[in-house]
Design a protein around this ligand. Structure first.
Ligand code: XBP
Ligand code: MG
Length: 252
């Protein structure tokens, strides 16, 4: 019977709904500042989210004729400006954590479960979210912050999960991922770890076949508002997702 020893958290869409009102807005600010006409509206950005990584997303949009042609160095420079705008938006407190995230993080930390981050986003963007949405103490509480270009292949490749587990010295059978997207699910699954999905508006229609639990949100203890979309382990009492539920997933 596998024991839950480690939880690896995705960031964008899982810890907080950062994409529509955070990253997207920051990209558009960088485009405007650079004198580009291109703007990513909410729908267009949803299409572009199939490509993980901000630089890769811009390159993809350029290659399909959305953004003007530019050398990769220009994309990198634009992305650096985008990250600064994103940090400012996060510092302004515009993006709260999703329901139940802090509750579950605190419970798991109190029980001595190893916690880590496994994300496609840039370390500077991750740091801003930890500092302003979670709290500075979480820089110490996460045992690994695996982010961005630290691995050559981003999600849906399993590399970032494999990297995080290697750094922590934990094995896949004792590790659980929390994700929000199809690319995140494929990445965790490819690394051989179980995965719970909290969907959001951008990811609700994506394919999570095989995931260990799919819910609308983790939910807060005092509410019973979560929607359960897939519950293959037949977990009971899913008014909100608890640490006991996660332990039961590992054990079954
Ligand atoms: C989400 C991503 C990121 C963000 C933008 O990562 O794909 O690219 O959209 O961040 P995850 P950057 O869900 O794995 O956290 O511009 O810093 O790449
Ligand atoms: Mg995500």
């Amino acid at each position: 019977m596998a024991e839950l020893k480690c939880i690896l958290w995705d960031v964008d869409g899982t810890l907080a709904d950062t994409e529509r009102d955070g990253h997207r807005v920051a990209f558009n600010m960088a485009f405007e500042e650079a004198g580009l006409d291109r703007r990513w509206d909410v729908e267009t950005y949803g299409e572009l989210l199939t490509v993980t990584g901000g630089k890769e997303r811009m390159k993809f949009d350029m290659e399909r004729g959305g953004m003007p042609d530019m050398p990769y160095e220009k994309i990198t420079a634009l992305h650096a400006r985008k990250t600064i705008h994103y940090q400012t938006l996060i510092a302004d407190g515009l993006i709260p954590l999703r329901a139940g995230v802090l509750r579950l993080l605190e419970k798991a930390y109190a029980e001595g479960i190893t916690l880590g981050i496994s994300t496609t986003t840039t370390p500077a963007a991750l740091d801003a979210l930890i500092e302003h949405s979670l709290g500075k103490e979480w820089f110490e509480r996460f045992a690994v912050l695996a982010a961005g270009d630290i691995v050559p292949l981003k999600k849906p490749a399993p590399d970032i999960y494999n990297y995080a587990m290697q750094e922590l010295g934990v094995s896949p059978e004792n590790t659980l991922a929390l994700e929000d997207s199809g690319n995140g699910w494929l990445s965790a699954h490819g690394a051989g770890i179980k995965c719970v999905i909290t969907i959001n508006d951008y990811t609700a229609k994506q394919d999570f076949t095989g995931a260990d639990l799919v819910v609308s949100e983790l939910g807060e203890a005092e509410r019973d508002s979560i929607q359960v979309l897939s519950n293959p382990h037949a977990l009971d009492d899913l008014h909100h997702v608890t640490l006991s539920h996660l332990k039961n997933i590992m054990a079954s």
